[in-house]
Ligand binder design. Sequence first.
Ligand code: NAP
Length: 241
Amino acid sequence: MPKGKGRRLDGRRALVTGAGSGIGEAVAKRLSADGARVFGVDLQGEVDRIADVTGSGINADLVSEAAAEMGGIDIVVPCAGITGFMPLEAHDDQFMHRVFEVNVFAVLRLIRDALPYLKKSEAGRIVTIGSTTSRFGDEGLTAYGASKHAVLGMTRSIAAEVGKFGITANCLQPGAIDTPMTAPAFTEMPEFKEFWQNKAALGRLGQPEDIADVVAFLCSDDARFMSGQGFFVDGGAMQRH
Ligand code: NAP
């Protein structure tokens, strides 16, 4: 049911990883502004728990800590992620495993471990973070692109499985967003920044808030009948050369 008075996420409890920087930080702030209690996790920044989300067991600990602190979990937004620009020939096993460990397995484990709590929620929400790399492909981002497409695939399968519990799962796929992840590349290679600006029909890089606002919508009651989708939030990115 649509909510009446008050903020749209009043009473909701959200677990957000990567909450100390960039998109995750903006998501944590936006969900808080909409009334949610947020438990933020990151390697850095102003969060509730400084922790590495990788490795078996860590997510179960984080999830139970977050649930104990907040009295349950209604929303899970795994934003922690890493990238890495390099030619395919330079992709060694260690790099590829690390990208998948952070971007795929840590996300999968977090959602798996949060599921018992989401099942108890009246409006469970899962919002994962993919990438437009799923759509266009990007030179130098083979492992990253593979990992982000895996996130889209897992989200759709999770949605199919958890819908019967009233839980939605969607994948938000950002275009180029101005964050600490992309800033070094944009500073070192101005032509790269220009390429991405031109690629967007709106002619600019995205800001973390451009993503956070849509995440908050997907977590709200307004998005109650949307699940199993991938949403590009990319300023209208076009394949331009
Ligand atoms: P960001 O500013 O670097 O934020 C990511 C945060 O996750 C950082 O604080 C990072 O810490 C943390 N993190 C990385 N590995 C972690 C781990 N093992 N455990 C706990 N925290 C960890 O990057 P962002 O641009 O906001 O990216 C957020 C998400 O959006 C990522 O999944 C990214 O792939 C995705 N995305 C970003 C863009 C973009 O253009 N920026 C586009 C599409 C998708 P450290 O900095 O200490 O590593």
